[in-house]
Design a protein around this ligand. Structure first.
Ligand SMILES: Nc1ncnc2c1ncn2[C@@H]1O[C@H](COP(=O)(O)OP(=O)(O)OP(=O)(O)O)[C@@H](O)[C@H]1O
Ligand SMILES: [Mg+2]
Length: 359
């Protein structure tokens, strides 16, 4: 899919920006603090409903403005076009699809954008929450009904946690555990099916990006013991859960890791290797998405040149070229790795939240 038009208002340092995004790749170049990341963040917001940077949604609105809006026009591979909008005003977030108010989940389902940015290494060496949400973004797009099950599970989990904090007895916990069991098992099945599809794609990408680490294996931990069903695991954990005041087992605690022949644990990876693993995961997800839905997500690379050495930039860009996906990238200077085989490239200069086409 392609982003053909982008409008951003009052997002960080961007007061007002409108751009027709040309066919081919686009590079956004400018000094530190110019608004390059903010621009890619705007595109990402439409596809995720949240930023890839930590912090609250309030921090996204230009200081003193009390709200922001992003509009993007996406053209799918089959020719369909959607006008997508996300706005925050008075503390409320409103999503729109083709002029109509829509649920945030529908907006996220209507386009696909992946982004590699300076914080992406956290996907490998950070907290499990980030890994889960990346995984679930992919599962949500390819496994039917995932969001519905996820919501059912979260609702029951919140209730069980509230009951635990009140010191509820077994009789009061059991109904919530029953409520959690079916959607919880279903989330797990869908995640596993996705991981099984992702594994060979990821292994191939990693062999290209970090061959020195040897063969790679993507391991999935579902969040409760493999030899129990979820209802059983929850019932067994009641007393410890009461002591802790929250539910310690279940798909909300799922996690994944990448183990290598020559680097079995995360701690064995250099920072650059961790970044390359994160990037391989993101690109593998994009590739799976394309295989399942017939449409490549938009690929965003924020500050690629400062994150990776020249050789690895070349490898990443070669994967992106071979995919035929739209690429949006940013940097303080045009990455020299772009001087490879001809790609239709438009260059924009970014300064103080404003944009000027250069080439
Ligand atoms: N809520 C906000 N309101 C106003 N300005 C903000 C807000 N949040 C961030 N900024 C400012 O927006 C500017 C652009 O930030 P951004 O991260 O997009 O820059 P960048 O071009 O990616 O820079 P770098 O090259 O350093 O990564 C910065 O000067 C930052 O201080
Ligand atoms: Mg930046």
């Amino acid at each position: 899919m392609r982003l053909t038009e982008l409008r951003v208002e009052r997002l960080r340092c961007i007061d007002r920006l409108e751009v027709e995004v040309p066919p081919g790749w686009s590079a956004f170049i400018g000094p530190n603090g110019a608004g390059k990341t903010s621009l890619l963040e705007a595109v990402y917001l439409l596809s995720h409903g949240r930023s890839f940077r930590g912090g609250t949604r309030d921090a996204l609105s230009t200081i003193g403005s009390g709200g922001f809006s992003v509009f993007g026009r996406f053209r799918h591979a089959d020719g369909r076009e959607h006008r997508l909008g996300l706005a925050r005003q008075g503390g409320r977030l409103e999503a729109r699809i083709d002029g109509e108010t829509a649920a945030l989940g529908s907006l996220v389902g209507a386009c696909a954008v992946v982004c590699f940015e300076p914080g992406s290494h956290e996907l490998v060496d950070g907290a499990s929450e980030g890994r889960r949400s990346h995984l679930d973004w992919g599962v949500f797009h390819v496994e039917h009904g995932f969001l519905r099950e996820w919501r059912r599970y979260q609702r029951a989990l919140r209730q069980r946690n509230a009951a635990l904090r009140e010191g509820a007895g077994d009789d009061a916990l059991a109904p919530w555990e029953n409520e959690m069991a079916a959607p919880g098992e279903s989330l797990d099945r869908q995640r596993r099916a996705y991981i099984d599809r992702l594994r060979p794609i990821l292994a191939k990408t990693l062999a290209d990006f970090v061959p020195e680490l040897g063969t790679a294996n993507l391991l999935f931990e579902r969040g409760w013991p493999e030899d129990r069903d979820l209802a059983q695991a929850l019932a067994e954990g009641r007393q410890r859960d009461r002591d802790r005041g929250h539910t310690r087992r279940g798909p909300h605690r799922a996690d994944w890791t990448i183990g290598f022949e020559h680097a079995p644990r995360r701690e064995h990876l250099s920072r650059g290797q961790a970044k390359l693993c994160a990037l391989a995961f993101i690109l593998a997800q994009a590739s799976l998405h394309a295989g399942a839905l017939g449409d490549w997500p938009v690929l965003c690379f924020d500050d690629l040149a400062s994150e990776l050495d020249e050789e690895h930039q070349q490898r990443v860009l070669a994967v992106a070229r071979a995919s035929g996906a739209q690429v949006l990238l940013s940097g303080t200077a045009l990455p020299s790795a772009l001087a490879g085989p001809a790609t239709e490239l438009s260059v924009f200069h970014v300064e103080q939240g404003r944009l000027r086409a250069l080439l």
